[in-house]
Design a protein around this ligand. Structure first.
Ligand SMILES: NC(=O)c1ccc[n+]([C@@H]2O[C@H](COP(=O)([O-])OP(=O)(O)OC[C@H]3O[C@@H](n4cnc5c(N)ncnc54)[C@H](OP(=O)(O)O)[C@@H]3O)[C@@H](O)[C@H]2O)c1
Length: 294
């Protein structure tokens, strides 16, 4: 696994971290044990950055349980999605409890919710030493002007951005300012959105061919929604699987500090982590991927 510096925080984060949306929102019992296994694989593969949120159902609690006894090896990021100071305080206190930790490495304003109101509360926790660094996250392009305004306050250390193959807005509008201010950049949803866009494009170009192809590969992972010819070309160029190519594509931007895919399958945790090893994508593969999403 390669590591990059998360902007001015100075934290050394694995290029491939772990998201917990959906995958860690499971009931008590055997599925919690399964999530511990996901974390086992992630840690064994060198992933050290874990992202969760109170808004992800039981994910915080399940991640806290999975990391019990090995908190020191993890850089732990969660969020707050409240619009008043008292509600933000209550949410942060619950996060400490669920995550079984006295201190958080990164606390992010979730989707910019009430950031002006809650930021002083986040800063109080930082002053008390219970939060090391502050960040913000956003999901919609429409939020970008507000994100830029928040970044310009100089009070945030990192930004979590919607950045995947086919999504260019954050690269043009948000990453330049992040670079100028020295903010760490965490890229969310590297696989899901690009995968769906590739599938839509293929369905449009040839619905029957797509159906035959999808059925022939169902459950086999690999290159999923792209054509066999295209998959062979990518494989020959050393892109690995499509998921790996999509993760490496995001990592090809040096302004990105870490990418945080989420999966409920241990073998995919390993597959995704391996995208943080080996050679970066050659320029011709980057061009091929951009042509595919076209
Ligand atoms: N506003 C925000 O702050 C915000 C919003 C969205 C996401 N996030 C963060 O970003 C993280 C990642 O986002 P995400 O979970 O939505 O998207 P993602 O990681 O791009 O995609 C997750 C989906 O891709 C599948 N997948 C994962 N690895 C795969 C592989 N190797 N091959 C094929 N399919 C694979 C998963 O299915 P399986 O489980 O079946 O493998 C799941 O359906 C979240 O967990 C969260 O931490 C933050």
């Amino acid at each position: 696994m390669r590591y990059r510096t998360l902007g001015r925080t100075g934290l050394r984060v694995s290029e491939v971290g772990m998201g917990t949306l959906e995958a860690f929102d499971v009931p008590p019992g055997r599925q919690e044990d399964h999530c511990r296994l996901l974390v086992d694989v992630a840690l064994a593969r060198g992933c050290n950055f874990f992202d969760t949120a109170p808004a992800y159902g039981s994910s915080e609690r399940v991640l806290g349980l999975a990391l019990a006894g090995r908190r020191a090896g993890a850089i732990l990021a969660t969020k707050v999605r409240e619009t008043t100071a008292p509600a933000a305080r209550a949410s942060i206190e619950r996060s400490f409890e669920h995550l079984r930790t006295e201190a958080l490495d990164l606390l992010q304003v979730h989707n910019m919710a009430g950031w002006r109101e809650v930021l002083p509360v986040l800063e109080e926790y930082r002053e008390k030493g219970r939060v090391r660094f502050l960040g913000l996250t956003y999901y919609e392009r429409e939020s970008e002007p507000e994100v830029l305004a928040a970044m310009r306050t100089g009070r945030f250390d990192a930004v979590q951005v919607p950045c995947w193959l086919g999504e260019t807005s954050c690269r043009e509008r948000v990453l330049p300012l992040a670079g100028e201010l020295g903010l760490g950049v965490i890229a969310m949803r590297p696989i899901a959105r690009a995968w769906a866009a590739l599938a839509r494009r293929r369905r449009r170009s040839s619905p029957w061919a797509y159906l035959r192809y999808a059925l022939s590969r169902a459950g086999r992972g690999g290159f999923g929604p792209i054509g066999q010819k295209e998959a062979r070309a990518l494989e020959a160029q050393g892109a690995g699987t499509l998921a790996q190519a999509l993760i490496k594509y995001v990592l090809a931007d040096p302004r990105v500090s870490a990418v945080i895919p989420a999966t409920g399958r241990p073998e995919r945790v390993a597959e995704n982590a391996a995208a943080g090893e080996g050679d970066p994508l050659p320029p011709e593969v980057i061009r091929e991927l951009e042509r595919l999403i076209g």
